[in-house]
Design a protein around this ligand. Structure first.
Ligand SMILES: [Fe+2]
Ligand SMILES: [Fe+2]
Length: 303
């Protein structure tokens, strides 16, 4: 029996209020607020994110994965609104999140900021500890959540895992692989070198690639680039697929990939994992999501 997963990312939930920009002053927030008003507000449409949620619910996946950038400038009010919206997508048991760079836009007390979303970012059976990587087991699928979100300088949108997280990831991947789990890794930033410009990149992507190569993984999903990216990586235990999804709220206009989510169906056939990917994209004129591509990774869809 297959296990079905939905993946979406980069909701950039609006609107950003003036009070969010100027309350608890930070220069980076002012610039982020300007960017929202001048550019992003017209790109990220909340109604599209709501329609995407409805489309996911209509397919009733076994689990939902969200790879961050829920908010825009990490204002406290944004996290409160973001939490309310996430609760309409799924319960903490059915929805797993990892944070994006916009969720850590500026340094903010954890309890009143990103910490509000902790229930979606915890491993099975963990208490209030908020430690990455966390692991959630759902049937024969192991969901491993990483945090690449760290406050960045004014002109940067990068991220870093750090040695501690990479070392723990290597141990967990090896252990879960030996126990026969399908290893699904969630990270906001593209995990391999060269997938995004240096200003927006994961600083330790080369080191992460080595961890994935040595310890193995079946699927790595990410967001951040607001575009569809399908790549592969040969690992010690076979081919890992690395798939990025565009923004969940993007407008349907030239030059942008409109709101999109990815439906996965994972099967074990003849001793091998098989991952089917179906790309669901918003058709702006009708407001409906449609299949734009579907196939088995590494077979029908090259990676
Ligand atoms: Fe984003
Ligand atoms: Fe991002």
């Amino acid at each position: 029996m297959s296990f079905t997963l939905a993946h979406f990312s980069d909701v950039h939930l609006g609107p950003v209020a003036i009070a969010d920009v100027f309350g608890d002053f930070r220069l980076k927030r002012i610039i982020g607020g300007l960017s929202w008003g001048l550019r992003r507000r017209a790109m990220h449409i909340r109604a599209h994110a709501d329609a995407l949620r409805a489309d996911i619910h209509a397919q009733a996946p076994d689990h939902i994965c969200f790879t961050g950038d829920l908010v825009n400038i990490a204002a406290r009010a944004e996290f409160r609104r973001g939490l309310e919206w996430l609760k309409t997508v799924g319960t903490p048991a059915d929805l797993t999140m990892v944070p994006g760079n916009h969720d850590a836009y500026v340094h903010l007390a954890h309890d009143t900021g990103l910490g509000l979303l902790n229930p979606f970012m915890e491993g099975d059976g963990s208490s209030n500890d908020h430690i990455f990587p966390f692991v959630r087991l759902r049937r024969n699928i192991a969901i491993i959540g990483l945090s690449s979100a760290q406050p960045q300088r004014l002109n940067k949108a990068g991220g870093t895992l750090g040695k501690e997280q990479r070392t723990a990831l290597a141990t967990r991947l090896a252990d879960l692989g030996a126990r026969g789990f399908y290893r699904l890794v969630m990270i906001h930033h593209p995990p391999l070198p060269g997938l995004t410009p240096a200003r927006r990149a994961l600083t330790d992507a080369p080191e992460l690639r080595e961890v994935l190569k040595d310890s193995g993984a079946e699927l790595v999903i990410h967001g951040h680039n607001h575009t569809t990216q399908i790549n592969g990586l040969d690992t010690a235990s076979g081919r890992a697929f690395v798939v990025g999804v565009p923004s969940a709220s993007m407008v349907d206009k030239d030059g942008h990939e409109s709101a999109q989510w990815h439906a996965y169906s994972v099967n074990r056939a003849r001793g091998k994992w098989q991952t089917r990917l179906t790309i669901r994209r918003l058709h702006g004129a009708t407001g409906r999501f449609v299949d734009v591509r579907s196939g088995i990774l590494g077979q029908d869809i090259e990676a």
